[in-house]
Design a protein around this ligand. Structure first.
Ligand code: TRP
Length: 344
């Protein structure tokens, strides 16, 4: 029996090493016989908060190029952009209509984002978790790799699925979270109290996956540490802990070996070493990305093929859901209609 895996990533800013270590590299590793992976660039989630005008499509393409460069293989996985498969929004609406308002008001990410936005809190931001539930339930995914910050949304997706099944009959698989804790540990270099984030201001915060080596080195050099000059995995000293955790994630060495390596050396040496392993780990990704980036037509063709694989599965789920909810009259064949309109 195959396990169906679904996950999504927002094209809302530059992807950084926290995204890579916490999500992307696990996605790559999950592409194994017996697993059927769906990886979706969730552009419709990105627009729940204001996006830089005229940058979203370029960013969507860039995330696609990075995922391919990192090793997502479109012949093994289904890789596409959310807006290419309109069934995501259709199912989201149907699920909106069975999701109690109170469930959404309790989402901590909504509370945080809406407090930060004030004037710009849209209905879309409120309904964000329902669109995420639709993404997952559309493909009847068994497992969803997510970071710790998305666990509450995943529980909501399970609750929505269970509620639908109760109201309208057994339809949806309840998705299991597959929490990947490593990336949640990666913190901002300028402020290790905060998780590394795509949206944080400041050029010293995140190591972006496409940063050139000299930029990576400079950012590590300026990273916040402490005055103890003692490199240990001690969570109470988050700056140094973060640097060591990045070293650990890229090298796979044990903590004992890493502490021994840096014992008695200054932070300058630690920072140089972390920068070296980061530069080397990202080099192949950066080089492959450059090749993909030169050919946007090829990128679009890859996404189109992914969307074409996703579409029939999504359509089957939505028609089952509409059937159960008793929504709709005769289905319209879009292709036919388009052809007819062209003729006149
Ligand atoms: N909300 C997720 C995030 O910001 C992205 C996402 C959208 C997602 N749809 C999904 C993740 C479905 C997993 C499954 O990280």
């Amino acid at each position: 029996m195959t396990t169906r895996i679904f996950s999504g990533i927002q094209p809302s800013g530059d992807l950084h090493i926290g995204n890579y270590l916490g999500a992307v590299r696990h996605w790559v590793a999950l592409q194994q016989p017996g697993a059927e992976c769906f990886y979706c660039i969730v552009d419709l989630h990105a627009i729940t908060v204001p996006q830089e005008p005229a940058r979203l499509r370029a960013r969507t393409r860039e995330v696609l190029a990075i995922l391919l460069a990192a090793g997502i293989d479109p012949s093994r996985s289904t890789l596409f952009a959310q807006s290419q498969v309109p069934r995501h929004t259709e199912l989201a609406w149907l699920l909106n209509c069975i999701t109690p308002y109170g469930w959404l008001g309790r989402m901590t990410q909504f509370k945080g984002k809406s407090a930060a936005q004030r004037e710009q809190v849209t209905a879309g931001l409120f309904a964000y978790p329902v669109l995420m539930a639709a993404d997952i339930l559309l493909y009847r995914a068994d497992q969803v790799p997510v970071g710790e910050d998305q666990q509450q949304h995943l529980e909501l997706a399970r609750d929505i699925a269970a509620r639908f099944n109760r109201l309208h009959g057994e339809t949806f698989t309840l998705p299991e979270p597959r929490v990947t804790p490593a990336g949640a540990r990666i913190r901002g270099l300028d402020d290790p109290a905060k998780k590394m984030s795509k949206s944080a201001a400041g050029s010293g915060h995140a190591i972006n996956l496409l940063d050139p080596p000299e930029v990576i080195r400079r950012k590590f050099q300026r990273a916040t540490t402490d005055s103890l000059a003692d490199a240990r995995f001690d969570e109470r000293r988050p700056g140094v802990f973060n640097l060591l955790a990045i070293y650990e994630a890229f090298t796979g060495e044990s903590r004992e070996a890493i502490e021994a390596r840096f014992a008695g050396k200054g932070y300058g040496e630690l920072k140089r070493a972390v920068a070296d392993v980061t530069v080397e780990a990202l080099r192949p990704l950066r080089e492959r990305h450059a090749t993909y980036a030169q050919d946007p037509a090829q990128l679009d063709a890859i996404a189109r093929l992914g969307a074409e694989k996703a579409l029939p599965i999504a359509e089957a789920t939505v028609s089952a859901v509409k059937e159960r909810m008793d929504v709709g009259l005769a289905a319209v064949n879009t292709d036919e209609r388009v052809r007819r309109n062209r003729a006149v």
